[in-house]
Design a protein around this ligand. Structure first.
Ligand code: ATR
Length: 258
């Protein structure tokens, strides 16, 4: 999506992928800066590690405690987080959800789950139910939300009544034969109006499949991927991202659509 966007704007820039061992992350960031890179994106497991390697943190990285975008400036490496805003932007755009006052069941309490939980709380959802294979991690996030966002009612465990949204932030579903992360014996998918899966490949996870069959509005994580990338593009280039071009490139490269 970035290379398509550079081409559309006539920028002689390139976006390249590098696999970096976490033990070499500091050297890789310094090397990229020394070679005149405009910036970097970081993914698992580098997003948390990089926080302490930046010369400065934008308030987005400060707030969410993770860096997914680096911009090399005269003063050094500045860390940003474009993931959190992308979650809510995609929920609004792809599911037409009003988050303020909503009831949300969030599956997963890893890095993505934590960011989603805190972002949803900051958007003033009314009720947040956190479910995770390892409940202690959900408890920890619930504690953080209780301290920071008093108006949000947060519970660890499945809801007793219907919700506006089920949001999957676990990695269960990435493999084609993965089960759904939703325990349907505890909470049936047709008790939700909408279901969002952060996973975008495969395009339809077991969770989304059963949500569709139950008549829920559904969306996968492609919109999140798009919006975090578009925001990073704007940070690096200082120009508005051509989002339509980027979406089309994503669909073509991820799903092979023309
Ligand atoms: P990410 O940065 O993508 O969130 P992560 O921090 O490793 O990655 O988190 C992965 C999430 O998927 C966690 O919520 C994890 O549950 P645990 O906290 O219990 O590990 C969840 N997850 C991964 N594999 C799972 C599985 N087989 N069943 C249920 N949950 C799973």
């Amino acid at each position: 999506m970035h290379n398509a966007a550079f081409a559309a704007l006539g920028l002689n820039w390139r976006y390249l992928a590098f696999e970096v061992d976490p033990k070499n992350l500091r050297a890789a960031i310094a090397g990229a800066q020394a070679m005149g890179f405009a910036g970097l994106n970081l993914t698992v497991p580098h997003k948390l590690l990089a926080v302490d390697m930046m010369d400065a943190l934008d308030e987005s990285a400060e707030k969410w405690g993770a860096v997914n975008t680096v911009h090399f400036q005269a003063a050094g490496a500045v860390g940003y987080n474009t993931d959190a805003d992308a979650i809510t932007q995609s929920l609004r755009e792809d599911l037409q959800l009003e988050l303020r006052g909503a009831k949300v069941l969030l599956l997963g309490a890893g890095g993505a789950g934590r960011t989603a939980a805190l972002k949803l709380a900051s958007e003033k959802v009314a009720e947040l139910f956190l479910v995770n294979r390892t409940p202690s991690k959900a408890e920890e996030i619930a504690g953080e939300i209780k301290k920071q966002f008093r108006s949000v009612s947060v519970t660890v465990g499945y809801p007793k009544a219907g919700v506006d949204l089920i949001l999957n932030a676990t990695s269960l579903g990435l493999k084609h034969d993965d089960a759904s992360p939703l325990d349907e014996a505890r909470f049936s998918v047709n008790q939700a109006h909408a279901v969002y899966d952060m996973i975008y490949r495969p395009a339809e996870t077991a969770l989304l499949k059963s949500a569709k069959a139950a008549g829920c509005r559904t969306a996968n994580g492609l919109g999140m991927l798009l919006h975090q990338g578009a925001k990073a593009f704007e940070i690096w280039t200082g120009q508005p991202a051509p989002r339509d071009v980027m979406r089309q490139a994503l669909e073509q490269n991820v799903y092979g659509h023309k």
